[in-house]
Ligand binder design. Sequence first.
Ligand SMILES: C[S@@+](CC[C@H](N)C(=O)[O-])C[C@H]1O[C@@H](n2cnc3c(N)ncnc32)[C@H](O)[C@@H]1O
Length: 600
Amino acid sequence: MPKIKDIPQVDRPREKFLQKGPDSLSKSDLLAILLGSGIKGKNVQKLSQQIIKKFGNNFLNISIDDLLKISGIGQAKALQIISAISLVKRFYEDKESNEIIIKNSKNILSLTYDLRDKKKEYLVCLYLNARNILIKKEIISVGLLDKSLLHPREIFQPAVELNAACIILVHNHPSGNPNPSEKDIKIVKRITGASDLMGIPVIDFIITASKGSYSFYNKLKGQSANVDYVADGVQGTLFDLMEAEKPTYEVNAEKIQETYFYIPPVKKNYIQLQNRRYIGSKYKLIEWIFSILEKECSGDSFVDVFAGTGVVSAVAAKHFKKIILNDFLFSNYAIYQAFFGNGEWNKEKIENIIKDYNSIERENLSDNYFSKNFGGKYFSQNSSKIIGTIRNNIEDNKDNLTTKEYYMLISSLLYSIDKIANTVGHYDAYFKKDFIDDKFFMRPIDPISVKNISIYREDTNQLAKKINADIVYIDPPYNSRQYSRFYHVLETLTKWDKPSLYGVALKPEPENMSDYCRVQAKDKFNKLVQDLNVKYLVVSYNNTYESKSNSSKNKITLQEIKDILAKKGKTKIFEKKYRHFNAGNTNFNNHKEYLFVTKV
Ligand SMILES: C[S@@+](CC[C@H](N)C(=O)[O-])C[C@H]1O[C@@H](n2cnc3c(N)ncnc32)[C@H](O)[C@@H]1O
């Protein structure tokens, strides 16, 4: 028996394959390549020839046991051969299969082409399995399509018999016009309602006519062209899309004022949580938000993950037993500790300290970090001297203050400087003036008593992995404007680490730059939604996407929010016309505030 290396190179299977290609090889040569080696006394070519000869045309049907009977074939080699055969069979099966996979409305239209030119109205149902493969196409009705004549049973009974996972309906308009009539819309609503009860989703309702076609699915997705029914592994259904499109929810303002709005009225000489200028504050929308929340959500715990001013948490604290609030800004954290923190504090002590601060002789004060940087710019020279002096004093006096008192003094200072800042409300720029009034006067903040509250200063996406609650309120920034840059003076005053400042606006090195203001916003939001362990997600959104100014443009589109939330659960959308912050280039027309409520 010649060893394989004794066979001339050109006749060895591998060499032959490489030189002349697979067609030049016999079946046994091909098998020899697959096996790689023979056994003692039987080279691989001999072994392969023996197998091919033994099984001949039955080769594709051999079993492991058949192979094990041949000397020289152990389990490993037998598995190699059977796996190769199975692999080839699998590909052939796929190729020859006559399964029809339905991906989008275009596939449906090619399967129901004949309906276009029919003289009578037809309703046809396509029943699909869980892989969207067509099981059966059935005519449900012929003649005028009428809600009163069509019973959902006629559609769903075959679905149950066929074990269908979902269905698609196709209807023709002999008039040639594919646009849905009032009757069609009513029928779609009725059938999708029944589909939700039956647990057999309707994926699409398509109207076909000589002048074109109309897909409810494409329309609700906001697309005129074809949209695939399955995106990111999730099957879209008409019911979910229609739920997301529910109309505006209107509420009676007076009733809400009484029922939902719990922030106490302003006390003379005290500062309330909402008394500050803050971009994106939901203070003016709070009644609307809570009127929806109360109807749509239930539970004991509430998380405000992008809390900003904290006004939403303040009202939530009256509705829910447990509150968690978070924002990554140092100044917001100080404000939450001051207003909501549970530590000890003495009212009289705070009032006396602030009284002393207000009686400091400002004209004779020496310059300090705050006045050197911001004097004559964001504040008058004298006001900034006093602000810096007070901040230094709070720090020097820290050992005599409880944590709550420390933050109460810092927050009282933060709110008081907002009242006199020479700006439009944020610190991206100051007004160029020859003279700025010395108006600084410090007033104490008025804390809100909340029993069960947790306060965080973390990146929201990190926090999301650690917490769980019944309801989460999500109100991220949606454009490229960074809060840490807009409120840098408040951050500097809170941290008081006296950093070097740069540029005309005197900003420190960037810190707490939000990914929600960058291109990755959508991915961050998606990850956040997926990671949150909650029963309800309540998301605020406004449609600045249409804005002409680039910095005002939304980093996440309305459709992207809808799609991301739809993966988490059934989502309802509420909308309201609202004027919001703009830096000048933004057109206010049609600006709407949206609230998404997703039941997980
Ligand atoms: C639109 S505002 C929230 C307004 C708030 N709902 C209110 O009524 O005042 C967004 C907030 O998210 C904070 N923020 C942005 N990105 C963040 C992140 N990655 N982690 C934590 N907070 C963030 C900002 O500091 C800002 O206060």
